[in-house]
Write a protein that binds this ligand. Sequence first.
Ligand code: C2E
Ligand code: SIN
Ligand code: SIN
Ligand code: FE
Ligand code: FE
Length: 407
Amino acid sequence: MTLVCKKPVDVVHNIMKVIEDLNHLKDVDTILDRILYEARQMTSADAGSIFLVEDQTLKFSYVHNDTLFQKGSVNKQVYASFGVPINEKSIVGYSALKGQTLVLDDAYELDADLPYSFNRSFDKESGYRTRSILTIPLVTLKGDIVGVMQLINAKNDDGEVQPFCEQDVQHAPLFASHASVAIERGIMTRELILRMMKMAEMRDPSETGAHVMRVGSYTAEIYHHMMQKSGMEEMELKRQKDIIRLAAMLHDVGKVGIADAILKKPGKLDEEEFATMMWHTVYGAALFANSTSELDDLCRDIALHHHQKWNGKGYPGDIGDDYKDIKELNTKPVSGEDISLPARICALADVYDALCSKRSYKDAWPEEKVDAILKEDAGTHFDPAVVEAFFEIKDTILAIREKWSSH
Ligand code: C2E
Ligand code: SIN
Ligand code: SIN
Ligand code: FE
Ligand code: FE
């Protein structure tokens, strides 16, 4: 059955405008969020998800669900981690394999002769009822497949679920091809950052990548939660969250300037070694001294201040005249709200992650012990409001930790 669309015909114009906007986003999560949002607007879909191709499988990468998830809130489901093989057995696998858009009117009543079946495990767990599905391969203009987007439960004006209409199906590939280019660019930016951090730390490269992803995500989600509570407008919040995730990923990039003998020392640093180590904040900030963008500004700020404490202790504080040639660097000791909020959040995210992880100089600590330290240090090391926000979204924090547990 194909329904007649009542949607306005300037949908192509609309698509072009969205594509233009996508080009201003930098991190792949923000890009996926925006793509899903716009695709769902265009098709009136209640829910949707995106899978990205990684190591020859489709990795679950993003999800929306207006029925199940509270709108605009921090959502742990986004960090669920599972993969689907690229083969004929699943809907998304088939779509990726054949490069075909699939239109299904009811997921529970598929023709028996189709090679794929619908996986009901999500519905069973959540109580959701998936009905109509539009599955779109994300293929770039060059023909590379980057993933699959699934739009679920198209709704009519009365909010009733109906099949996706012909117009949705027609416009999907145009949207998908441009979206795919934006996704590829987002992935490249992330890989670039991970490579920079690999150079900076030269530790076990996989663990470094995971640390970077976790600190970036913790910082982004705590920020999201705090700003939502204080009523920041949603689009502005997402724009800020986008650059904050990237800047937090780069918090320790200045370790590139620290010698291996100190960086990889298996034991405790002595006073002099630690004094050298403190310079990683300044080295990092210096990389972004000639600011050309808001992202640069934030990278410099977080690199410089992520070890600055709420009570004014910490470093770099006043590092003297050694770097006075870099005028943009403000190295006065700062405390409280004079430290920017993203830097205050990153400070907590970094320590939480360092304490939960094994380092060359320490074992991983149990969760309860780490939580106790964060609570104890609220008001001295950490901004109490940041600590509070952290515990309010603890389920999302744990989902992030699980997603990047080692790889
Ligand atoms: P990192 O390993 O990423 O640790 C980040 C922050 O987490 C530390 O900042 C500190 O605030 C906290 N942290 C990490 N481990 C512990 C711990 O065992 N106990 C407590 N109470 N806090 C901990 P900090 O101290 O400014 O260190 C910055 C960086 O310097 C560390 O980054 C690490 O790369 C290096 N570092 C610090 N101490 C040592 C050490 O004893 N040995 C070696 N090899 N490196 C160290
Ligand atoms: C970009 O503007 O997309 C690049 C961001 C970066 O590599 O820091
Ligand atoms: C899944 O959620 O496991 C994939 C759904 C599908 O079969 O398309
Ligand atoms: Fe650091
Ligand atoms: Fe760190």
